[in-house]
Design a binder for this molecule. Structure first.
Ligand code: DX5
Ligand code: ZN
Length: 212
């Protein structure tokens, strides 16, 4: 299992140190949660903060856009150093146009589905996507409890397109990751589980070992 620590749970006053911690700890991606206060009832950080983090690690940046209009901001996140940009199927833009915009900047496109959105909603786009992110909490806040129901969608998406990577996000810890590994999840995001732990590197290794 690949592991993407979510910076949302890190200490924002020491971002460089927090990035070093997870880089030295062997993380696979850095997960960056962008919230606009409209698509979700919370505001986090945007492209300038991501650009400031970029020099502090060589790990791929996995940018999760929880914003109503991703299309017009894709260029900013590409310039800030995003390697993967994911946007919600529930956003207010046309998904084909957002994917085209992401590809035009040489970034890997990904789509996200909320817990109550059916897997079928991403089927028309799978051939163009690098990754599908299946939310296991309602987006907007870190530290929520893991929802089991959305895992049913992992197999449905894999059956439709075995080559697209599946990522899960929300409430992932040493226990819930095992369930994710069983259904074939490739990447897990963990915020609280990693950054609030006494030994973040040990948690990263434990999550990575799931499914091996
Ligand atoms: C929620 C975010 C998640 C969040 C996960 O809207 O997309 O990435 O940071 O946090 P934990 O691991 O604490 O549930
Ligand atoms: Zn996220």
């Amino acid at each position: 299992m690949l592991v993407a620590p979510s910076m949302l749970a890190s200490d924002f006053s020491h971002l460089a140190d927090e990035l070093k911690k997870i880089t030295d700890g062997g993380a696979d991606f850095v997960h960056l949660d962008v919230m606009d206060g409209a698509f979700v009832p919370n505001i986090s950080f945007g492209a300038p903060v991501i650009a400031a983090m970029r020099p502090h690690t060589a790990l791929p940046f996995d940018v999760h856009l929880m914003i109503r209009h991703p299309k017009k901001y894709v260029a900013d996140f590409a310039k800030a150093g995003a390697d993967i940009v994911s946007f919600h199927v529930e956003c207010d833009d046309d998904p084909d146009e957002v994917i085209a915009e992401i590809l035009s900047h040489g970034v890997k496109p990904a789509m996200v589905i909320k817990p109550n959105t059916p897997a079928e909603s991403v089927f028309p786009y799978l051939d163009k996507l690098y990754l599908v992110l299946v939310m296991t909490v309602e987006p907007g806040f870190g530290g929520q409890s893991f929802m089991h129901g959305p895992l049913l969608k992992v197999r449905q998406i894999k059956e439709k397109n075995p080559s697209v990577l599946i990522e899960v996000d929300g409430g992932i810890n040493a226990q819930t990751v095992l369930e994710c590994a069983r259904v074939g999840v490739d990447v897990c995001v963990a915020g609280t589980g990693i950054f609030k732990a006494e030994d973040p590197a040990a948690v990263i290794r434990q999550l990575q070992a799931a499914g091996r």
